[in-house]
Design a protein around this ligand. Structure first.
Ligand code: ACO
Length: 341
C-alpha cells in the first residue's frame, strides 16, 4: 500500500457499481413452501421479488463482481485499500477482503472486512474516508456484499421473505472537500444493549466457550422484527438529522434520500418524520429485498445508472442494522458513470 503523500486528502466518490445474481425469486415462489403470501409480503415490507445467489456462489464472488464494476466506473483499475462490509463473509477467518483484493488484481493492497451488519456500508464509508484523510491510502475500494441466503433459515417466514443477496461498491479517491462527490461528515452510533434483537447465536466464541452444543437453529439469523422496526425508525431519523446538522444542511436541501432498504414502511416512516416528500426517497426494495450491507451501494449504482441520481443532487444516506448499529452521511452526487449488472 502506498502511504501518505502531500496534497488534498478529502474522500471523494469516484466510481460506483452494483451487481445482482440473475436468479429472481418472487413472493409466490416463497409462498410455495412457506406459510406466507404475496399480499402479506408486499403490504408489510414492500418487497415483490429478490435475487438469490446460485449454490456455490459466495459473498466474495459477489464482491469481486461489484468491485470490478466500481473500479471500471472510476476509470482506473487501481486502489491501495479494499474495505468489505459484510455480515456473511466467506469464512469465519480470515477476512474475505484480502482474497477479493487479490482476485481484482489489487496485489498488496490493505484489505479488511467491516462487520456492522446492515449499517456496514456507512461504517465502511467512515473507515475508508478515514484511511484517505490520514494519508494511509489515496484510493479505496469500498464494497458492500452479502449472501444472506447462506444464514437465513429458509423455514422462518419472518426473515426468509425479507433478506436476499447482492453487492454494491464505490471507489473513493483523495480530493478536495469542495468537489462534487466529497463525503460529508458521517454520523455513527451503536447500542450493544440490544444486540440480541438481531443475531446469529451460534458459531462464535460465546457459544463455543459455553461448552454447550449449539441448538439446531443457532447457526441461522434471528431477528425480533417488531422491536427492530421501532429502533430502526428512531435511529435512522436521529442519525439522518445528525448528519444533516454536521453538514450544515437543512432537510429542504436534500434532493435524494437513500435509506438502507430494510422495509418500505420503515423508509416511509423515516421520510415522514424528517419531513421529506416521497418523491425524494429512492428505493429498490420491491425488486431486491433487504441486501444488508449491499443495500445502499446497490441502490446508488442503480439510481446513478437510471438517472434517479443526477450530478449536483444533494444526497442523504442512512443505514441501521444489527449490533445495534446505525449511521448517516451526505454528499453531492458527482458526474460519474454508474455501472450495474
Ligand atoms: N407471512 C405471513 N405472516 C407472517 C410472516 C410472513 N412472511 N412473517 C410473520 N408473520 C406473522 C407473524 O407470525 C405474526 O403472526 P401472529 O400475530 O399470529 O403471531 C404476524 O405476522 C405479525 O408479525 P410481526 O413480526 O409483528 O409483523 P410485522 O408487521 O412487525 O412485520 C417485519 C414483520 C416485516 C419483519 C417487520 O417487523 C420489520 O420490517 N422489521 C424490521 C426489519 C429490519 O429493519 N431489519 C433491518 C435490520 S436487519 C439487519 O441488520 C441484518
Amino acid at each position: 500500500m502506498s502511504a501518505g503523500g502531500s496534497g488534498d486528502r478529502h474522500p471523494v466518490l469516484a466510481g460506483v457499481g452494483g451487481w445482482l445474481p440473475s436468479r429472481v425469486v418472487t413472493n409466490d415462489d416463497l409462498a410455495a413452501h412457506l406459510d406466507t403470501s404475496d399480499a402479506w409480503i408486499r403490504s408489510r415490507t414492500g418487497i415483490g421479488s429478490r435475487r438469490f445467489a446460485e449454490p456455490g456462489v459466495s459473498t466474495g464472488d459477489l464482491a469481486v463482481a461489484a468491485g470490478a464494476l466500481a473500479l471500471k466506473s472510476s476509470g482506473e483499475a487501481q486502489a491501495d485499500a479494499v474495505v468489505l462490509a459484510t455480515a456473511t463473509p466467506d469464512h469465519p477467518l480470515p477476512g474475505t477482503a484480502p482474497q477479493v483484493a487479490e482476485r481484482l488484481g489489487l496485489i498488496g493492497a490493505a484489505a479488511f472486512d467491516v462487520a456492522a451488519v446492515c449499517a456496514g456500508f456507512v461504517y465502511g464509508l467512515a473507515t475508508a474516508g478515514g484511511l484517505i484523510a490520514a494519508g494511509t491510502a489515496r484510493r479505496v475500494l469500498l464494497i458492500g456484499a452479502e449472501t444472506f441466503t447462506s444464514i437465513v433459515n429458509p423455514r422462518d417466514r419472518s426473515t426468509a421473505v425479507i433478506f436476499a443477496d447482492g453487492a454494491g461498491a464505490v471507489v473513493l479517491r483523495a480530493g478536495r472537500p469542495d468537489e462534487p462527490g466529497a463525503l460529508g461528515p458521517t454520523d455513527l452510533g451503536s447500542d450493544g444493549g440490544n444486540h440480541e434483537l438481531i443475531m446469529v447465536p451460534g458459531g462464535g466464541s460465546r457459544q463455543r466457550s459455553s461448552g454447550a452444543d449449539p441448538g439446531p437453529e443457532d447457526h441461522f439469523f434471528h431477528m425480533a422484527g417488531r422491536d427492530v422496526y421501532r429502533h430502526a425508525v428512531e435511529r435512522l431519523t436521529s442519525s439522518s438529522r445528525a448528519a444533516l446538522a454536521h453538514a450544515g444542511w437543512q432537510v429542504t436541501d436534500v434532493d435524494r434520500f437513500v435509506p438502507h432498504q430494510a422495509n418500505a414502511k420503515i423508509s416511509a416512516a423515516v421520510a415522514d418524520r424528517l419531513g421529506l416528500d416521497a418523491d425524494r426517497v429512492l428505493s429498490n426494495i420491491a425488486e431486491v429485498g433487504n441486501t444488508s450491507a449491499a443495500s445502499i451501494p446497490l441502490l446508488l449504482a442503480q439510481a446513478g445508472a437510471d438517472g434517479r441520481l443526477q450530478p449536483g443532487h444533494r444526497v442523504l444516506l442512512a443505514a441501521f442494522g444489527g449490533g445495534l448499529t446505525w449511521g448517516a452521511s451526505t454528499l453531492v452526487w458527482p458526474d460519474i458513470t454508474a455501472l450495474t449488472v
